[in-house]
Design a protein around this ligand. Structure first.
Ligand code: MN3
Length: 199
C-alpha cells in the first residue's frame, strides 16, 4: 500500500470538550481510514503509485474523481490532525504573525475572515489559510478539494485548514457549525502552522 493512515500523536480525548473523543475516533478510524484505503485502490497499478500526495494533487485535473476525492481526503485530514495537535503556541508569532498582519491588518481580522469562510462554505468542504505568492489568503473548497489542486479557485500551499463536513462536528454540535468553528479556533497549534508557513 502506497499511503498509510498515520497514527495521531495524541489521544482521542485530548481535545475535549472542544472536539469529543467519539467524533475524533470515528473521524480518524473510519473516515480518514476510508479515504486512505480508497486512494490506494484508485492508484493501484498506475504511475501515481510512485508519486507524492502533493504531486498527485497538483495534477489532479488529469486524474479520476476517485483520486481527487480520496487523495484530497487523505491529505486534508493529515493536515487537520496536525494543526489541532495539543501543545503548540496558542497565538501566531514571529514571521507568521508579521505575514498575517501584512495580509489581513490584524489577527482578529484574519480570524473573522477564516470563521466566515468556514461558516459560509455551503454543504461539505474545508476553509483554509493559504500561502500564495508570499502572501496569505483565506479560501474555502467543496468536498475534499484543497488549494494544492489545479482545479481550486484559490491555489497555493495550505498552512491551516478546518474540516466543515458534518462528520467533523455533528455528534457534539449538531447544526451549530459556528460553535464548532469557534472551538476549533482555540485549538489551533500555531507552531505547526508556522512550520508549514516556513515550508
Ligand atoms: Mn473529515
Amino acid at each position: 500500500m502506497a499511503f498509510k493512515l498515520q497514527d495521531l500523536n495524541y489521544a482521542y480525548t485530548a481535545l475535549e470538550p472542544s472536539i469529543d473523543a467519539r467524533t475524533m475516533e470515528i473521524h480518524h478510524t473510519k473516515h480518514h481510514a476510508a479515504y486512505t484505503t480508497n486512494l490506494n485502490n484508485a492508484i493501484s497499478g498506475s504511475a501515481l503509485e510512485n508519486m507524492s500526495i502533493e504531486e498527485i494533487l497538483k495534477g489532479v485535473s488529469g486524474h479520476s474523481a476517485a483520486v481527487r476525492n480520496n487523495g484530497g481526503g487523505y491529505y486534508n485530514h493529515n493536515l487537520y490532525w496536525d494543526v489541532i495537535a495539543p501543545g503548540g503556541a496558542t497565538n501566531p508569532q514571529g514571521e507568521l504573525l508579521d505575514a498575517i498582519n501584512e495580509s489581513f491588518d490584524s489577527v482578529e481580522k484574519f480570524r473573522e475572515a477564516f470563521v466566515q469562510a468556514a461558516v459560509t462554505r455551503f454543504g461539505s468542504g474545508w476553509a483554509w489559510l493559504v500561502l500564495q505568492n508570499n502572501k496569505l489568503v483565506v479560501s474555502s473548497t467543496p468536498n475534499q478539494d484543497n488549494p494544492l489542486m489545479d482545479v481550486a479557485d484559490v491555489q497555493g500551499t495550505p498552512i491551516l485548514g478546518i474540516d466543515v463536513w458534518e462528520h467533523a462536528y455533528y455528534l457534539n454540535y449538531q447544526n451549530r457549525r459556528p460553535d464548532y468553528v469557534n472551538a476549533f479556533w482555540k485549538l489551533i497549534n500555531w507552531d505547526e502552522v508556522a512550520r508549514r508557513f516556513k515550508g
